[in-house]
Design a protein around this ligand. Sequence first.
Ligand code: UDP
Ligand code: MG
Length: 314
Amino acid sequence: MDLSIVVPIYNEEENIPILHERISDALIDSGLEYELILVDDGSSDNSYPALKRLSSKDDRVKVIRLRRNFGQTAAMAAGFDSASGRVVVPMDGDMQNDPLDIPLLLKRIDEGYDVVSGWRKDRKDTFVNRKLPSILANSIISRMTGVHLHDYGCTLKAYRREVLDDVNLYGEMHRFVPALAHQVGARVTEMPVRHHERLHGQSKYGISRTMKVILDLMTVKFLLSYSTKPIQLFGRWGIYTLCAGMLSGAATLYMKLFENTSMNRNPLLILTAFLLFMGVQFIVLGLLAELSARTYYEAQGKPIYNIKEKINFV
Ligand code: UDP
Ligand code: MG
């Protein structure tokens, strides 16, 4: 199998037939052996019957039905885990990404890249609540991860299969795969892709996702830099703070004993207590982070989704 296309589907019933048609048209001349994995992420409309119908007509269409709505990242992870193509290409199910870009992405993979990330240079979304937060987010993410991409949020990307075996997804993290992949040695590049208005239905997201993305970014940053030894990050600050607290305590004691300063309502007392307390807090936090980092690594076998049914997988 040359190619697995993975599409998360959450209430996209009207888009499904067109999506299938456009993908088939785009790949018909390529001679590629491909599968189209459509992941129903707990849709409440008629998406699932539509997927089932497609899969009975075309056995390249494979369907994974999740037990409930797990979110786009989990749906994509479910598709990735079942993909058997040499290259995996995720895309949106609302026709905002263009299947005609798939052969172009593959060309870049054949040039030797492990990850090719789409860049919606001419993005068809509203400016204030979508494009602007995303411009900011992309520059923060680029700076924090050291992998400079214009458009982390673009779903349309191409991955060499092995790359996906090395990263584990959760939260909103599907967008950070290029950064995580880079860390394990993948060659990452980006390529301008087309972008269209959503064909039918409504976006599943609002501004609250930007917040989630930023919080997930902190986790990713943490995993990238301190994943093995978080105690060393927090603990160092804990020790600095404790030392500052002890100095301040010594000064307080000195002033009390030798200079006879009144300690009644003296801010130094409060400062000392605060620093000692914070120092201990930081060290305990480091221990907890160390424990969770270990748990994270040990729990990696556990999927973030739950499958109800699979169709056309052999
Ligand atoms: N999606 C999903 N689960 C969700 C939300 C979205 O599988 O909980 C899918 C959705 O059906 C679409 C893709 O993720 O195929 C991107 O969603 P959407 O178009 O709503 O996001 P936007 O383009 O507005 O960022
Ligand atoms: Mg969309």
